[in-house]
Design a protein around this ligand. Structure first.
Ligand code: BGC
Length: 350
C-alpha cells in the first residue's frame, strides 16, 4: 500500500515537474524577450507648459517604433522628486535616462550614480551641468534670444526701453536666451529698464510684476517674455491696465494662445520650436545609446558643460510673426487655421 502510494505520488510529482519545466521554457523565452527590450526612463519637469505633452507623445511613440519602452515620470517642478525618479530608474536598471531637468546645477550626483551602473544619460532640451552626460539635445537657445530681439528691432524699438520678464533662474536655457537678446538690445541702443525672473516658470509671477509696477510701465516700449505662457499672463495683466497692444510683447514656443494673439495684434512674435524634430531625434539617439552605438552623425558636435566635453545636437528654431504665421504654423500642421483665427474669423485666409 505504502509502496503503491509512493509510486503514484512519484508519478504525480513527475507530471508536475514536467509541467513546471514546460512553463519555465516559455517563461524564460518571454523574459529573454523582456531583457532584450530597450528600457528608457524619462523624467519631465512638469506638463504645465503646452509644449511638453507634445514632446512626450512624440518621444514615446518614436521610441516604441524603434523597439524601446518608455517609463514617463512627472516631477511637478520639484527637484527632490526628480532625483527620486532618477534613483527609481537606476534601481529598475533602465538602459537610458532622459531628463528635462528642473535645476541644471543640481543633478551631478544623480548622473554619477546612474553612470556608475552603466546607464546612459540624455539631457533633453535643458543642459545638465558638470556631469558626464552622453548627449545634450535642444534648440539653439542663443538663436531664440536673437530672434526675439531682432523682431522688436524690426518693429521699431531701436533707441527705446524694454523690460525683460524671464523664466526660471535654474533653467540653463534662460541665460542663453537672455544673453543673446541683450546683445541685440545693446547693438540697437535699447535700454533694458529692468529684468525679473519667474521661479519655476510660474507665469502668475509675470502678471504679479505687471500689477506691482503698473505705474512705471508708461515708459516701456516692449516686454521680452521668457515664453508664451509668461506672455499670456503679462498681456492679461496689461489688458487689465488698458495697455495691451501699446507695449510690444514677444515670447517663445508658439503656444496656441500666442499664435492667436499674433493674428489679433497683441503679441508681435513667438519662436516656433518644431518639437517633433527634437523628440524624434532624441528618441533615435537614446535608442542608439542603449544599443551601445556611437553618436557620430553629422548633426552631433561637442560642447563643454563645465566638467566634460559632451555630444550636443542643436536644432534651429523659427521666428514667427504676422507675416509668416500662416505658412510656418498652419502650413506645418502645428496648429489648425480655425484655432489660430478663432477670435478673428474675418481675418482667416481662405
Ligand atoms: C524651454 C521652453 C519652455 C520653458 C518652460 C524652457 O527650458 O526651452 O520652451 O517654455 O522651459 O517649460
Amino acid at each position: 500500500m505504502l509502496r503503491r502510494c509512493t509510486g503514484a505520488l512519484l508519478a504525480v510529482a513527475l507530471l508536475i515537474c514536467c509541467m513546471a519545466c514546460g512553463q519555465t521554457e516559455t517563461g524564460s523565452a518571454q523574459s529573454r524577450e523582456e531583457d532584450d527590450k530597450i528600457r528608457i526612463g524619462m523624467s519631465f519637469d512638469s506638463f504645465v507648459i503646452e509644449r511638453w505633452q507634445r514632446d512626450r507623445d512624440i518621444f514615446v511613440s518614436v521610441a516604441k517604433e524603434l523597439g524601446a519602452e518608455v517609463n514617463v515620470q512627472n516631477a511637478n517642478g520639484d527637484i527632490e522628486e526628480q532625483k527620486k525618479q532618477i534613483d527609481y530608474f537606476i534601481q529598475k536598471g533602465m538602459d537610458v535616462i532622459v531628463i528635462v531637468c528642473i535645476d541644471s546645477d543640481a543633478l551631478k550626483e544623480s548622473v554619477k550614480k546612474a553612470k556608475a551602473e552603466g546607464i546612459r544619460i540624455v539631457a533633453y532640451d535643458r543642459l545638465i551641468k558638470d556631469a558626464d552626460i552622453d548627449l545634450y539635445i535642444s534648440f539653439d537657445n542663443s538663436m531664440v534670444g536673437t530672434m526675439m530681439g531682432q523682431a522688436l528691432v524690426d518693429a521699431g524699438i531701436a533707441g527705446g526701453n524694454v523690460l525683460m520678464l524671464g523664466g526660471s533662474p535654474t533653467d540653463s536655457n534662460v541665460p542663453l536666451v537672455e544673453d543673446a537678446f541683450r546683445k541685440v538690445m545693446r547693438d540697437n541702443d535699447v535700454t533694458i529698464v529692468d529684468s525679473a525672473h519667474a521661479e519655476g516658470w510660474r507665469a502668475e509671477l509675470a502678471a504679479a510684476y505687471i500689477y506691482d509696477h503698473s505705474a512705471e510701465l508708461t515708459d516701456i516700449d516692449a516686454i521680452m517674455c521668457g515664453n508664451d505662457d509668461l506672455a499670456t499672463q503679462t498681456i492679461r495683466a496689461l489688458a487689465e491696465n488698458r495697455m495691451a497692444g501699446d507695449i510690444l510683447v514677444v515670447g517663445q514656443d508658439a503656444d496656441l494662445a500666442a499664435c492667436q494673439r499674433i493674428v489679433e495684434g497683441t503679441q508681435v512674435m513667438t519662436v516656433y520650436k518644431p518639437v517633433e524634430r527634437l523628440a524624434t531625434r532624441a528618441a533615435q539617439a537614446s535608442v542608439a545609446l542603449a544599443r551601445g552605438e556611437d553618436l557620430s552623425a553629422e548633426d552631433v558636435t561637442m560642447l563643454e558643460n563645465g566638467s566634460h566635453e559632451i555630444p550636443y545636437i542643436g536644432l534651429e528654431p523659427i521666428s514667427v510673426d504676422r507675416d509668416n504665421i500662416d505658412e510656418v504654423i498652419i502650413g506645418s500642421g502645428f496648429h489648425l487655421k480655425e484655432d489660430v483665427y478663432l477670435n478673428v474669423p474675418e481675418k482667416m485666409p481662405q
